[in-house]
Design a protein around this ligand. Sequence first.
Ligand code: BG6
Ligand code: MG
Length: 217
Amino acid sequence: PITACLFDLDGVLVDTAKYHYIAWKRLAEELGFEFTEQDNERLKGVSRMASLDILLEIGGLAPDEETKLDLAAKKNAWYVEYISTMDASEILPGALEFIQSLKERGIKVALGSASKNAMLILNNTGLTPYFDAIIDGTKTQQAKPDPEVFTLGARELGVPTESCVVFEDAEAGIEAATRAGMRCVGIGSPETLGRANLVISSLEGFTVDRLLGLQEK
Ligand code: BG6
Ligand code: MG
């Protein structure tokens, strides 16, 4: 049976993908090249340093490690500035309602995010108290598509991996869920998230009964 749901944060519960994009674009412009929304798709779900590597590859640049750490810190300072004024109005439509309905039905809720800024976002939006377990980028060694973030979540909840359903907006996250032996709901377009068990355009109107329907799959 399905007894737990694990949620990605950026792009699933909150619309922070736009802030990541603006900050990376600002860095690219400072380095002297264009960075488009299409390029940005490749960064979704990917860790900060891996994102920087992709960005630098797009710009055809190969700076040394120390410079890379400086660039990542610069991007993060801008990003933190953007998210520091976030509030509950930036929770994506339907996300809070769905989490509340899970709690009413006794289904456990965990966070499975690559971000090291997850706590700041959860606290600013008031989402923190809803989670039975929080696994973020400060607790993992391996980034998605490695399954670590989700297997740690299941362990902290005390549920078997096969009882978990993951909600993800990124390809890397869907692969991580699959490798963890979990079912996965993709949030976004079926073209990029085709490997999920179910793809929906948002959590708005999504119900626990529809979730439990995944048990047969
Ligand atoms: C993921 C985002 O959730 O977290 C990525 O989808 C981001 O875009 C990654 O790079 C790491 O986030 P942070 O906040 O630690 O730089
Ligand atoms: Mg995401």
